[in-house]
Design a protein around this ligand. Structure first.
Ligand SMILES: [Zn+2]
Length: 256
């Protein structure tokens, strides 16, 4: 007897789905993990996203039910996260480690410049239409980040006679910098919000990777030769690094 088994193509998981709790809705990213034995939910403070991990062969429906049952818990965790701060007039953001008021001056000439408030506090002054403040501030921060990172990379490279192929900027959440096999160095533009010694340490760290593509003792010895701030900067990143991700989320009304 010939038996025909109906084979269905394996169903593709959605990358994300939503659960609701009261009036709020939360976006859940779905991740199948080979070693996972049960469903787990993680709320990542850096990116404010919720990740649901499910075993490789776990049921999608059961996983979604699980997330929905934990919607109240997700909501409680989300409400305890630091509030996101947009690049909008009168918000305060860190620039080179110091709080700066975003001072909107619609009639001024120019784009963005460093200034001071009437009572003498540091400010980032922004000219032009209010809807463009977000873009102007983020362009300014990226430009300044690039300038300072390029300077630091050049200085550290000269000390040990190496060359970086190029310096690129991204908005990464998993790491602050990286070094490719072909000698390209990549950094998070958010480092411009950290104190200067932190940005400079990250540049030294990635330059040291041009020689040692690992975190061996030799690597750390070289990094310490380039930067005297290794421990201080690592401690700062551990304590405050994640908070840099709360700034500058684009919101409705912002125009590019
Ligand atoms: Zn490294």
């Amino acid at each position: 007897m010939l038996r025909l088994f109906k084979r269905t193509a394996p169903q593709r998981d959605p990358q994300e789905f939503h659960v609701s709790h009261g009036a709020d809705s939360y976006r859940i990213a779905l991740k199948r993990v080979a070693g996972a034995t049960r469903f787990t939910i993680r709320v990542r403070s850096a990116t404010r996203d919720v990740v649901l991990t499910i075993p490789l062969r776990g049921s999608l429906t059961a996983a979604q039910d699980f997330a929905q049952r934990h919607a109240a818990w997700i909501g409680a965790r989300m409400s305890r996260l630091p509030k996101p701060i947009p690049f909008h007039p009168d918000e305060t953001i860190p620039f080179e480690g110091a709080p700066h008021l975003l001072q909107h001056d619609p009639d001024a000439r120019g784009t963005v410049w460093l200034g001071a408030t009437a009572d003498g506090r540091p400010a980032l002054c922004v000219a032009g239409d209010a809807r463009h403040v977000h873009r102007r501030v983020s362009d300014f921060l990226k430009r300044e980040a690039r300038k300072r990172l390029e300077q630091s990379v050049k200085r550290h490279c000269a000390k040990i006679n190496v060359k970086a192929r190029d310096v690129t900027l991204r908005d990464t959440t998993s790491r602050w910098g990286s070094c490719s096999a072909s000698g390209g160095l990549n950094f998070s533009w958010r480092l411009i919000m950290a104190p200067p010694h932190v940005l400079d340490y990250l540049a030294a760290h990635e330059v040291a990777h041009l020689i040692h593509m690992n975190h061996s003792d030799e690597f750390w010895a070289l990094t310490r030769k380039l930067s005297s701030d290794v421990d201080r900067a690592e401690a700062w990143l551990k304590a405050h690094g994640a908070s840099l991700h709360r700034y500058g989320a684009r919101s409705a009304g912002d125009v590019d």
